[in-house]
Design a binder for this molecule. Structure first.
Ligand SMILES: Cc1cc2nc3c(=O)[nH]c(=O)nc-3n(C[C@H](O)[C@H](O)[C@H](O)COP(=O)(O)OP(=O)(O)OC[C@H]3O[C@@H](n4cnc5c(N)ncnc54)[C@H](O)[C@@H]3O)c2cc1C
Length: 145
């Protein structure tokens, strides 16, 4: 188990100054925002960015591209492009929004589990530490007397 040797090689070869911070952001489904304008359409992260927890962002971008390609294949005039791009948005909205909501739910659940685990660990640590600290302070008090 564990990472393959190639990954260890890359990690060891990476200099401190080469490491960059890339923040990740969750986005709500783009229900009210336009996906297309004229003959231009947004797809992938540009229209439904999501956290990588489910490994679905790239898959959703590929599904978008597949739907667009499929729809464009069946037209014969440029004037039809705008119409099929609107259809693309209607075809993809529910599916991509469902995946986004699943990712948001998973992120919130993991955050809740982590918070509960940390709170429980801290409470147990403090509870266990209390008798010892009480014993220490009472023995210090009896020494003073
Ligand atoms: C840590 C991590 C793990 C992931 N794991 C998975 C996984 O297991 N499975 C999965 O399906 N997805 C995964 N994803 C998500 C996936 O990488 C993205 O959802 C996917 O790459 C989105 O594709 P895209 O084409 O929409 O955008 P991008 O891949 O971001 O492509 C956009 C491109 O546009 C370029 N660009 C930006 N601005 C300009 C500009 N002004 N002019 C010209 N070019 C520009 C960028 O350089 C980039 O090359 C992961 C993401 C992260 C961060």
């Amino acid at each position: 188990m564990g990472w393959s040797p190639e990954i260890h090689d890359i990690l060891q070869a990476t200099q401190e100054h080469e490491i960059e911070q890339r923040d990740l952001y969750d986005r709500p489904p783009s229900v009210f925002k336009p996906w297309t304008k004229g003959r231009v359409a947004l797809l992938g992260d540009a229209i439904h960015a999501m956290m990588p927890n489910l490994g679905q962002g790239g898959c959703q971008a590929i599904e978008d591209a597949s739907v667009i390609a499929d729809k464009l294949e069946h037209i014969s005039r440029r004037s039809e492009i705008e119409g099929v791009l609107s259809e693309y948005r209607d075809t993809r909205l529910t599916r991509s929004a469902a995946v986004q909501v699943r990712v948001i739910t998973l992120t919130l659940t993991l955050t809740l589990i982590l918070t509960l685990t940390l709170t429980l660990t801290l409470t147990l640590t403090l509870t266990r530490a209390s008798p010892a600290s009480r014993a220490t302070s009472s023995s210090a008090a009896s020494t003073r007397r």
